[in-house]
Design a binder for this molecule. Structure first.
Ligand SMILES: Cc1cc2nc3c(=O)[nH]c(=O)nc-3n(C[C@H](O)[C@H](O)[C@H](O)COP(=O)(O)OP(=O)(O)OC[C@H]3O[C@@H](n4cnc5c(N)ncnc54)[C@H](O)[C@@H]3O)c2cc1C
Length: 504
């Protein structure tokens, strides 16, 4: 039937699936890496993204927030001149920060460059929402793709907004509005005292915003060591941030100009803006998981140690619930790439594609072997995910870096725990540093194994100092060896030696 030049018969015809090698749904940090690297290796890859290629990290997450932090820390350092090096007058101005985020970080929230980066690697880009329609099959709009080797879900998370009376329908901020802000409010209520809440609170406070943090748990940064929570809270308070812990928010009102947040017990806070940073949620119900026999009512998508959800379906990044960090997404992406190339190589060689046989020298080896010779190469194995030494850094000032288990987590596992602690201010470098030297090193050891299983590094360079501790946990380096290393003088990381020295 033809109406006004349109063939309606075509419009309603069920699309024939198009055969490709791999379909990647969601091109955030993890998905873009998988799709780009597989395309570079010579596979036919369709990458589907409904918003911006690159995902949360470059546009509303890590990168712009760290630009904000860099600027706020410059203000804080200038304010530390008094008493150390003379006097300094500081007049904060948000305009250069907003400009840098707009122009350098996000290209005014435009992903043209990222799309070209992906297509330049040989990938085929489709803008839209992808949804599974059975094993290996993905629909996006009226296009349907059938993947020969597999489908990868890298669909990430969105802010989890709690069901507080009155909140829905108010113009509250999530991280997105906070990152996009061009003019700062006079006051800001921050609901949530986790890493993102604290980072943004300190930034805005340092630019002169009156910030109030409201946290339901009995301490901020509740997933980290209690000593880290104390130092972070004290640092923010010194920047003028009001922190209220143990307050469960019950109601939010907005009168057109100001927010009022009411907590259990009748406490009440007001602010011009309200930032809700109470965690993130995967939206599995949108992905058609029922068509491949996967339960979509779960909080995250469980994966095995090769990132497989089920045969022929992989997941990568925040959606897996293994740690909402860009470095986790990248780490997992390398595993997915190696595993998928292994499958493709076996399939092309006519071998059993579902076997757990060897790959060609890891991801890069397999990638080059596939593109160079189609299917051969030297033997290797698909790496397996191991999160024992997962590092995490909260970029407050001081930074809170941590790896592995906290003392409480280790004790809860019945491990024979030893703990060592040293304050940064007691180290030579801390003493020299003077103002802004708050921090510590805490190490958690498995006394039976004689190795570190967790550590926390808080300080002006807490995230950088953490790296040595990550190596120690990852490599299960014996504590006896760590004690007999040479630590450069006078560095902040010499506090590690001091903490190891008082393990008990
Ligand atoms: C304020 C803030 C600061 C952060 N700072 C840091 C930091 O300093 N260090 C760090 O390591 N991490 C940080 N993170 C976390 C980091 O941003 C995430 O861990 C990372 O972005 C996860 O990548 P991902 O690929 O899993 O998902 P995302 O980046 O969330 O990307 C998922 C993509 O999938 C798309 N998508 C979803 N569903 C579909 C669909 N059905 N079809 C098509 N497309 C779909 C989405 O549009 C999105 O672009 C921060 C996060 C925030 C919010």
């Amino acid at each position: 039937m033809v109406v006004g030049g349109w063939d309606l018969g075509d419009a309603v015809r069920v699309a024939e699936p198009e055969q490709v090698d791999v379909v990647v749904v969601g091109l955030g940090v993890g998905g873009e890496e998988v799709a780009g690297r597989l395309a570079e290796a010579g596979l036919s890859v369709v990458g589907i993204e409904r918003n911006l290629v690159g995902g949360e990290c470059p546009y509303w997450g890590c990168i712009p927030s760290k630009m904000m932090i860099r600027a706020a820390n410059a203000l804080a350092e200038a304010r530390r001149v008094d008493g150390l090096a003379g006097t300094a007058q500081v007049r904060p101005d948000w305009a250069p920060v907003a400009k840098r985020i707009r122009e350098e970080a996000t290209d005014t929230w435009n992903d043209r460059v990222a799309v070209e980066r992906f297509t330049g690697r040989g990938g085929r880009f489709v803008r839209g929402s992808g949804r599974l329609e059975g094993p290996g099959r993905v629909r996006v709009g009226d296009q349907v793709f059938q993947a020969r080797y597999g489908v990868v879900l890298g669909t990430g998370t969105r802010p989890a907004v709690p069901p507080i009376d009155g909140l829905a329908g108010t113009p509250y901020w999530t991280n997105r509005e906070a990152i996009e802000v061009e003019e700062l409010p006079e006051s800001l209520l921050v609901l949530g005292g986790g890493a993102i809440g604290l980072e943004l609170s300190q930034v805005f406070a340092r630019f002169g915003v009156r910030v109030t943090v409201v946290e339901a748990m009995d301490r901020v940064l509740a997933v980290e060591e209690p000593e880290a929570s104390e130092v972070a809270a004290a640092a923010l308070r010194a920047d003028g941030v009001e922190i209220h812990t143990g307050v469960r928010a019950e109601r939010v009102d907005h009168d057109g100009e100001r927010f009022t947040l009411r907590g259990a017990g009748g406490v009440e806070f007001t602010g011009e803006r309200l930032l809700v940073v109470t965690g993130r949620r995967a939206h599995l119900d949108e992905l058609g998981l029922d068509t491949v026999g996967v339960d979509a009512s779960q909080r995250y998508l469980p994966v095995d140690d090769r990132m497989q959800v089920t045969d022929g379906l992989w997941a990568v990044g925040d959606v897996t619930g293994e740690g909402a960090f860009t470095h986790v997404a990248m780490y997992q992406a390398a595993i997915v790439i190696a595993d998928l190339l292994d499958r493709a190589r076996h399939a092309r060689a006519g071998a059993d594609p579902s076997g757990t046989a060897s790959v060609v020298g890891g991801a890069m080896g397999a990638a080059s072997a596939l593109s160079a010779s189609g299917s051969s190469g030297s033997a290797g194995t698909v790496p397996r995910a191991d999160y024992r030494a997962l590092p995490r850094v909260t970029f407050t000032d001081p930074e809170v870096g941590a790896v592995g288990l906290t003392e409480e987590q280790a004790r809860a596992r019945g491990i024979n725990v030893q703990v060592g602690f040293s304050k940064l201010a007691d180290s030579t470098r801390g003493w020299i540093h003077r103002v802004g030297d708050e921090g510590f090193i805490k190490v958690v050891a498995d006394a039976d194994q004689g190795v570190l299983i967790g550590a926390t590094s808080v300080g002006p360079a807490g995230g950088e100092v953490l790296s040595g501790l990550v190596v120690a946990v990852h490599g299960a380096v014996p504590v006896s060896q760590l004690r007999h290393m040479i630590y450069a003088y006078p560095t902040f990381h010499r506090a590690i030696e001091a903490a190891l020295g008082n393990l008990h």
